[in-house]
Ligand binder design. Structure first.
Ligand SMILES: [Zn+2]
Length: 308
């Protein structure tokens, strides 16, 4: 009985081992016939703007994905179970920080990935009013000057995680920064030639603080950070009064929020509606801001046309 029992256990073990061996062989053969891309490491970004910057630094050596899709409001995004699955295959999660991704802490706590938070190495511009007063304004990438700092931070942080790729990251980063530097120089030149009385940027949410701060514009907005803040009648009256007093030629709104409130300003003043500026999210491929560079060019072109 004992011997036949032992034989049964051995048979069961052999069956189990054969099963494991089969799975291993199957997985091995799958890997061999798998698409070339699937063997690349995955970098996960919190939003499309950051993902595009990373793609330019990491080039074809990595697969770069964004949790939030083009055109989506990022601040209050609610990650889905499929986002968690997507994230689990990544070796690093890159977020902006400065309180931009309100969902990031909880999201990352469910994952075993490294994390790069770009804002940890940036100087903030603080929000000056409302509920968010004293907190850093998160939209630092909106200024090409800060965009160049993002590239430096990404090159350094990714090189620390993958030292063998440092040279690739540095070379890609340099090419990318040269493009941003060209945009920066052109916009600086435009502002320098713009009459000081016309240096007002009026938008819906206060997402342009870094741009106005870096290029010497006055920033006016209907609400400080995102659409969850209510526009007060006082704020609306203040904005209308500035636009009238300063003869501001054009006012703008961000692409991820409704421009309904800004149209009230347009109707009450002589100003034109200058168009939708992209901030938190890129457009899809058919839109005007399908990359970070295109987004900056689109925004700065609209501002130039509107304020000239
Ligand atoms: Zn925003």
């Amino acid at each position: 009985m004992i011997i036949s029992g032992l034989i049964l256990i051995m048979k069961k073990n052999i069956l189990f081992l054969s099963f494991i061996l089969l799975i291993t062989l199957f997985a091995g053969s799958c890997k061999k016939i798998s698409n070339k891309n699937e063997s690349k490491e995955v970098i996960l970004a919190s939003f499309t703007v950051l993902a595009d910057m990373i793609r330019n630094v990491a080039n074809d050596d990595f697969i770069v994905r964004s949790i939030t899709k083009p055109g989506v409001e990022v601040h209050g995004y609610q990650p889905t179970p499929s986002d968690l699955v997507k994230a689990s295959s990544a070796f690093v999660f890159v977020d902006n920080g400065f309180g931009f991704e309100l969902w990031a802490e909880k999201f990352v706590s469910n994952l075993k990935v490294k994390r790069i938070t770009v804002a940890k190495d940036l100087d903030p511009v603080f929000i000056s009013e409302d509920f968010y007063k004293g907190k850093p304004n998160p939209h630092a990438w909106i200024s090409p000057k800060r965009g160049m700092l993002y590239v430096d931070i990404l090159v350094d942080s990714l090189s620390e995680l993958r030292p063998s790729k440092r040279k690739v990251f540095e070379e890609n980063g340099k090419i990318y920064k040269d493009k941003l530097s060209k945009i920066d120089k052109e916009f600086s030149l435009f502002i320098n030639n713009l009459n000081k009385d016309r240096r007002y940027l009026v938008s819906c949410e206060g997402a342009f603080s870094y741009l106005t701060n870096d290029y010497g514009l006055e920033e006016v907005y209907l609400w400080p950070v995102n659409a969850e803040s209510q526009i007060t009648p006082k704020k609306m009256a203040q904005t209308i009064s500035i636009v009238k007093d300063k003869n501001v030629p054009s006012v703008f709104c961000e692409s991820t929020v409704s421009n309904e409130s800004q149209m009230v300003v347009v109707n009450e003043t002589e100003a034109n509606f200058g168009g939708n500026l992209f901030v938190d999210s890129l457009s899809d491929d058919s839109g005007p801001a399908s990359s970070y560079i295109k987004m900056l060019e689109h925004n700065l072109d609209l501002i130039k046309k509107g304020l000239f």
